[in-house]
Structure formats: structure tokens, C-alpha cells
Design a protein around this ligand. Sequence first.
Ligand code: GDP
Ligand code: MN
Length: 379
Amino acid sequence: MNLHEYQARTLLKAAGVPVPDGEVATTPDEVETIARAMGGGVVIKAQVHSGGRGKAGGVKLVENAAEARAAAEKILGMTIKGLTVNKVLVAPAAKITSESYVGIIVDRESQRPVIMVSPEGGVDIEEVAAKTPDKIFKLAIDPRFGLMPYQAMSLAFKLYDDVKQVRQAAVVMQRLYQAFVDAGGSLAEINPLITNDEGAVLALDAKISVDDNELDRKPAIAELRDLSAEAEAEIAAREAGLSFIKLDGYVGCCVNGAGLAMATMDLVKYYGGEPANFLDIGGSSNPEKVVTALKIIGADSNVRSVLFNIFGGITRCDDVANGIVAATSQMSFEIPLVIRLTGTNEKLAVQILEEAGFSALNDMDEAVEKAVQIAKEAA
Ligand code: GDP
Ligand code: MN
């Protein structure tokens, strides 16, 4: 689950990280009022679950309340990477003298949280990582001890020469780590961490992503979920108990079991296709889930064929077959289906499908190859 910048700022502030004040607004009127109360220059920032807002025109510096209103009129309602902006953050404009990067992720290789810092922060950190990786400094954190003061100090010396700033940055890093742990984070990032005209070190932008598996034991964090900011398909899938992740390809995949879903996507790639999604309908037998799954996949205009790959164990093939028949009779589904079923109640499933005018395959390779071929012919 992703948090908005304003939510991440609140968590960082609570952990003791210096963050400039800010208020959230949903209308240009509110923005104008807040800007007037703040006085002087302000920055208006789109609150969407996406980086690169600055480059997309979602971050605007303005001189006064009237300009703040005009900027809000432009930003509210705009789309950034497919997400509509419903909220903006209004904050007093900071006078920036340097921009650094500080981020923490969970690293698979070291099996630990890894903190990364760079003196070259700001909007082009991806470019820094690609072109000058020697300007990014990394350290794996032992979760038994957390980020130790000497470690934070040595990282902070990579960012600043002034010892006062080094000390401030080291404290920021330790508190960021604490906020990351407390939120059940998979990522926590400050970009840019700035120094201002008074020499103070401040977090000007904040991003926290939470590991969904932590939400049950962190109700206060779970409450921060903003459904209005999430892709509709992903909300519908979660409510139906489906694991769904949208991808950029064109072969829709409906599979039972995460492992088989991964293997199916691999095979789609192997046969030269691109999967449109990861979708695991889970182990239980429930035709309703299949109906929801087909609706979600069918709503993606990139999808040119849909591949069902079902290994019937606890999942019964006849339930899936009934789900397919129910879904396609409830809505006009015009995308060609390729169905592969094997295992529990397979014969019954084939019978149900054939009576409804579908054919079913038994071999996974054959089915995947066919789904890719159909999608390519439809291009
Ligand atoms: P992102 O593009 O989504 O990462 O949004 P950021 O919040 O990081 O803003 C992008 C850039 O806008 C920053 O790197 C700054 O250069 C600039 N910016 C944001 N807030 C301020 C501010 O208060 N003052 C100034 N001078 N620049 C700002
Ligand atoms: Mn940023």
C-alpha cells in the first residue's frame, strides 16, 4: 500500500524528522485560503501515488495566494501516470541550497533493509543511479540493532561537509529508519532532503510504501488507505479476494495459485507474448471470483486474448467452468478465451464448457502458445 506524501510527512514528523508545515486541500478556494494564511511564497503539490510529479507539472512554486489558486486550478483534476489528482498539499516555499537523496528499501540480496544516500538528490535520482552509481552510497542495516549512530554519521558525511549539517542528516536517517520500521514499510524515501538558506536540513518530499502483510497488525497505518487514489481494478480485485497486478502487455491471465500464475507469465514471454496482468484467483472454488476476474481483465483495453490456466486441486475445474459460463453470459465479452484445465473434475468442466460453446485444452504449452498467437493476430 502506498501512502500519499502528506501522510508520509505526518509519520516522519511524528518520528522527529524536520518537515516543513503543510496543509491538504481539495479545491482552489481552500488552496487560496491556506496560501493567504501562510503568507509569502508557497508550493502546491499534487497528492498522487506516483513519483515524478515535478516533471509532470504537479509541483508548482508560486509567489502569492492568487497564483496559488491559479496553480491549484491547473493541478487539481490533472492526471499523472494515469492517476487523477484529487488533493494537493500546500506548503510554504522552501529556499533550497542543496538537494540530497535518502531512501530505505527492503533488499532481497542482503535480506535486510538497505539505506541509500546520495548528494545528488532531486528529480533525477534514477539518472544518477544509471549514469553515476558511484554517487550513491548504500549500507545494509542489521535489524537487531537498527541504524547505529556511527553508521548514520558516516553516511551523512557523504552528503555534507559542514559537521552541523552532517549531525542533523544523521539524526534524520535514524528517525527515517524508525518511521520505516514503525509503518511496516517496504520503502521510505526523502527526495529531496534539502539544506535551506538558514543551513537547516529538512525533508521536502516524503514517500512511504507499506508492506500489505503488515496492515493487520498496524490498524492506524491501514486506515491511511485512500481508495479514491487507487486503480479501480485493483480495489475490485482486493474486495473479491483476488491477487491482481496490472502489467503492460496484452495477454490476459487468469490462473489459480501464485506459483502457477508466475509460471504462466514466464511461458507467455517464452512464446513471444506480453502478459497483461498477474491474477491469482486463489485456491477456493467460487464461480463468483471467476466472474469478477473476467470483468477486471476485460476492462483493460490492451487485452487481446484471455488465457485461463487452471490446475484443479482444491480448486474444482467445474466451478471455474461455471464461472466462465456465468461471466460470459452476464456481459458481452468479446475477447477470445483460451482455456486450459487439468485436475479435479476436469471431465465435468470440459462438458460444461463444450455445452456452452467453448473448447478446453489440457496442455499448458499448447494453451499459452495459442493465447499468444491469437493476441498477436488481433493486433
Ligand atoms: P516529485 O517530483 O514527485 O519527487 O516531487 P518533489 O516534492 O520532490 O518536488 C520536485 C522538485 O520540486 C524538488 O526536487 C524541488 O526541486 C522542487 N520543489 C519542491 N518543493 C519546493 C520548495 O518548497 N521550494 C523550492 N525552491 N523548490 C521546491
Ligand atoms: Mn521527490
